[in-house]
Design a protein around this ligand. Structure first.
Ligand code: FMN
Length: 227
């Protein structure tokens, strides 16, 4: 399987969230070999969408000539797109959002009804693509935190999507927290193997991965004490 990882953290390899993504990929590779390419989005030259819609009208060409041309080609030649990003203000970091906006050339202006909502008709065939969101965050609570990012991902990629969220993610970069992060990364690895083998992850496993690694109050006290 060709896997394209869009690392939305400006911290590149140092990303807390990328620890989770790497564990997932390790699990996938244990099931079978995959061809993996990671893009650190912060290093790509991606102009903001100007909203001119010319890409949706003239056969899919954007007015900008930047790295997005290659990225769109890579997206289309992948089987799995992993959106790996930290939660920023309840959504995705701006560089990754700029990339998401610039996927507009994949769609045409034409709209079609899909259930109780409308979506744009594709200009390219991306029906083979599967989508995975891996999102870490700094607070210990998942409720009243991840919902906007999760809702956006589900609306953007209504089919073939899987979502992994992990609170208390800064602990993945703290060696002293290994006693709780290592078991969590093992669960994520297990999820990766399951996903590679079946295309799905048990809801119970996703729920377990999404729980705080240590008690909320204890986590807050550690963060506050270190300030
Ligand atoms: C600009 C900014 C906004 C943030 N917003 C949130 C937020 O809405 N909720 C949250 O729990 N953490 C928030 N955080 C914390 C990050 O999600 C957290 O530090 C995460 O572990 C960083 O992951 P990374 O190392 O993969 O970039 C924010 C951090 C920054 C810098």
């Amino acid at each position: 399987m060709r896997i394209l990882v869009l690392n939305g953290s400006p911290k590149r390899e140092q990303s807390d969230t990328l620890h989770i993504t790497q564990a997932f990929l390790e699990g996938m590779n244990e099931a079978s070999h995959h061809d993996i390419h990671i893009i650190h989005v912060i290093d790509s030259h991606i102009n903001y969408c100007t909203g001119c819609f010319s890409c949706m009208k003239n056969g899919g060409t954007c007015i900008h000539e930047d790295d997005m041309r290659n990225i769109l080609e890579e997206i289309l030649s992948s089987d799995l797109l992993i959106w790996s990003f930290p939660l920023y203000c309840y959504g995705m970091p701006a560089p990754l959002k700029a990339l998401l906006d610039r996927t507009l050339p994949l769609s045409s202006m034409a709209m079609q009804k899909a259930g109780d909502r409308y979506e744009h008709v594709g200009q390219a065939d991306f029906s083979h693509l599967r989508y995975l969101m891996i999102c870490g965050c700094g607070f210990p609570n998942s409720r009243h935190n991840f919902e906007p990012a999760v809702a956006q991902f589900r609306l953007c990629f209504p089919s073939n999507h899987t979502i992994i969220t992990v609170p208390e993610s800064p602990m993945f970069n703290a060696p002293e927290a290994a006693i709780v992060t290592e078991p969590r990364l093992s669960l994520v690895k297990q999820a990766g193997t399951q996903y590679a083998e079946t295309g799905e992850i048990d809801q119970a496993l996703l729920d377990e991965i999404g729980t705080p690694m240590i008690n909320e109050e204890q986590y807050a006290a550690i963060v506050n004490g270190g300030m």
